[in-house]
Design a protein around this ligand. Structure first.
Ligand code: FNR
Length: 388
């Protein structure tokens, strides 16, 4: 009777778990292998301590900032998440609308369900487009053209997926492979998720696998789609390909998915306007360090005119403050937005994002800071590193 309003990411996660078929929930929630890094991404944030500062006139706290030259209400963007249109009806459209209402960028994944053009029609604010390096380079050219026509100004190019990581939950629950037993298990899971089945499975049709739809014979066949996508990831990629990509794309280029300072320098040499320090939300290499632990060395390695973002484990407005203190221009959030949208649709996502902003603004006031540009190493309590 008391827990009526979801207020944290954990609350929305619980609601999403109840609503989604298990294989979709696990696909979102899970990480690679033993999920060591998955746990570390969030616990590393929790271990950081801030300084309480007082008597500083914090009557004009302002969380707004510029992300690639565009005004945002806070230093946050929605991370690209594949298949978001399966988690809520026309999910990418709902998320893009929520992002617009709150005033933060939305990123459309290469492997979204709603095509770029549908998102474009539903919104007026420019959104970001995320691309993987596909073997079919002509197709990359086509996608870039479509993104430009859809008004995308920022391309997030993801480089930490030469091949998909081993997300063992996806094998266990029949999401990937598993033959007939896997298919039957999926059907059984759908049968006990009637709310989702009606809203997304039936009313949300067609599930056209948006940006890649033309390339799959039966775009509603999840196995065929996965097989096509997996065959397209290109493990031969090197920085040369980023130089090539730079020539193809006129807008801002954000290189997503690096952890080491050397790699960040290479990205900048290849023409990146920004980088995302990221381990792909712990879905690729398990046992790699939590992304927040690598942020400071990356932000010190690249010049001040390169925008450094962080993702992985951001679960509150306070986490945004911590990331900015270590040199980030902004954060991306993945699972938080997906859970809020799966649980409560566009409105749920607006409420979660509003809460993040309120948490950030409150923390800034209590740290004695009025502007996000004042969030730097000085707000961290260096002497107090809590080890869980
Ligand atoms: C992702 N991520 C991702 N990244 C990307 O570049 N393209 C994609 O299509 C996807 N797809 C995807 C699906 C799901 C279900 C998740 C959870 C994540 C990674 C994403 O952009 C981001 O890096 C992480 O989600 C950040 O970590 P948190 O915020 O989820 O902890």
């Amino acid at each position: 009777v008391y827990d009526v309003v979801p207020v944290t990411v954990a609350d929305y996660r619980r609601l999403a778990m109840r609503r989604l078929p298990r294989f979709l929930f696990d696909y979102i929630d899970g990480g690679a292998n033993d999920e060591i890094t998955l746990a570390a991404n969030t616990s590393a944030f929790r271990a950081l301590r801030l300084k309480q500062r007082v008597m500083r006139d914090v009557s004009s706290v302002d969380t707004s900032t510029l992300l690639f030259g565009r005004q945002a209400s806070m230093p946050l963007a929605l991370a690209p998440v594949g298949m978001a249109g399966m988690f809520a009806r026309r999910g990418e459209v709902q998320a893009a609308r929520a992002a617009q209402r709150v005033g933060v960028p939305f990123t459309s994944s290469t492997v979204g369900i709603c095509p770029l053009e549908e998102i474009r029609v539903a919104t007026s604010q420019p959104f970001w487009f995320q691309l993987y390096m596909l073997r079919d380079r002509d197709f990359i050219g086509e996608l870039l053209e479509r993104a430009e026509r859809a008004g995308c100004e920022t391309l997030a190019f993801t480089i930490d997926l030469p091949l998909p990581g081993l997300r063992l939950r996806d094998f266990r629950n029949g999401m990937l492979g598993g033959g007939w037993p896997g298919k039957l298990s999926r059907l059984a899971q759908l049968a006990i998720s009637p709310g989702w089945a009606w809203d997304v499975g039936i009313r949300g049709r067609p599930h056209s696998f948006g940006n890649l739809a033309d390339k799959v014979a039966n775009p509603e066949d999840l196995d065929a789609y996965k097989a096509f996508v997996d065959s397209q990831f290109d493990p031969r990629c090197t920085w040369k390909d980023i130089h090539w990509l730079r020539e193809q794309w006129r807008g801002k280029l954000l290189i997503k998915g690096l952890m080491e300072a050397d790699d960040a320098r290479a990205a900048v040499d290849a023409g990146a306007d920004g980088v995302v320090v990221s381990n792909h939300g712990a879905r690729q290499l398990d046992a790699v360090a939590p992304s927040i632990s690598k942020l400071r060395s990356v932000s010190e390695a690249v010049g001040a005119d390169v925008e450094v973002y962080l993702d992985g484990g951001v679960r509150s407005g306070i986490d945004i403050a911590k990331a900015l203190a270590f040199g980030a221009r902004g954060v991306l959030v993945g699972r938080p937005w997906v859970f809020a949208m799966a649980a409560r649709g566009e409105q749920g996502l607006v409420e979660l994002l509003d809460l993040f902003q309120r948490e950030l603004a409150t923390a800034m006031a209590l740290m004695g800071v009025n502007r996000v540009s004042d969030l730097n190493a000085a707000v961290m309590d260096q002497g107090c590193a809590y080890v869980p």
